[in-house]
Design a protein around this ligand. Structure first.
Ligand SMILES: NC(=O)c1ccc[n+]([C@@H]2O[C@H](COP(=O)([O-])OP(=O)(O)OC[C@H]3O[C@@H](n4cnc5c(N)ncnc54)[C@H](OP(=O)(O)O)[C@@H]3O)[C@@H](O)[C@H]2O)c1
Length: 236
């Protein structure tokens, strides 16, 4: 698919990996709608011509209304974290926190369910999962559970959606605002978290966005999960 002139909606497109994806798709000539709960914070960040839209992915009616308004959709991309993330030992975990981590999955499901009614015939969907789905570090049971569910969701849906396509992109430790503003503490966190990876630095959001655009536009990729993990999974 040539993205020029195509309609791309990026849920979670106002920060981090989603914002980098918005920048790339806009540069490639797509009509881009960047979506989040509070999109105004990205007014100064998104390229000219990108539409900002407010929508909570966990609200099915809001997702359905947005997708109907912008249809037909050629690329539906979801990078929205959805809500909180529970980390720490599972046997001490607050179960509301564990369940709350699944807001990401509910948000992804809403956008595919209701966006799916408004896809163009050659459309593709990309959902962002994460390395813990394939190799969890201690304390990442909730992240692994959600990511594993997203990857199973993608594999299960691919046959039903064909000839439209759906894929997951799975980043490792990526330097985004999810970990707070730039600071010495954040740099240390990134260094420590990647010390045992094959490639010993955090991933840039644009390096994940490149993979998202690649799978969104490659007409023969469906049902898969592409790792951009800096060697997390094969590292120690
Ligand atoms: N960074 C990493 O190391 C890493 C690693 C593995 C996987 N991931 C995954 O990659 C994806 C992107 O993460 P990121 O690091 O780029 O995060 P980020 O910089 O915090 O951006 C998250 C985006 O999601 C939006 N969002 C969150 N909840 C939403 C909701 N309920 N409805 C609509 N929009 C919502 C946020 O905007 P609002 O707050 O305005 O809604 C923001 O635009 C996430 O799925 C994350 O789990 C990240």
């Amino acid at each position: 698919m040539n993205p020029a002139g195509k309609t791309a909606v990026v849920f979670g497109g106002t920060s981090g990996i989603g914002l980098a994806t918005v920048e790339r798709l806009a540069a490639a000539g797509a009509r881009v709608i960047a979506v989040s709960r509070n999109p105004d914070r990205a007014k100064e960040l998104v390229p000219d011509g990108v539409e900002l839209a407010a929508c909570d992915t966990t609200d099915p009616e809001s997702v359905a209304a947005l997708c109907a308004r912008i249809a037909p959709i050629d690329m539906l991309i979801n990078c929205a974290t959805g809500g909180g993330r529970a980390v720490g030992p599972f046997l001490k975990m607050d179960m509301d926190g564990y369940q709350g981590s699944f807001a990401k999955l509910w948000g992804y499901a809403n956008t595919v369910r209701f966006g799916g009614e408004h896809l163009s015939p050659e459309a593709s969907i990309v959902l962002v999962t994460g390395s813990p789905a394939q190799r969890a570090k201690p304390g990442q049971t909730a992240l692994a559970s959600v990511g594993g569910a997203v990857e199973a969701f993608v594999r299960a849906l691919a046959p039903e959606l064909a000839p439209r396509r759906i894929n997951a992109v799975s980043p490792g430790m990526t330097d985004t605002p999810m970990f707070g503003p730039d600071s010495d503490d954040k740099r240390k966190l990134m260094e420590n978290a990647t010390a045992n990876h094959l490639l010993k630095r955090a991933i840039e959001p644009g390096e994940v966005a490149d993979a998202i655009v690649m799978v969104a536009t490659n007409d023969m990729m469906t049902g898969g999960a592409i790792n951009v993990d800096g060697g997390w999974i094969l590292g120690g």
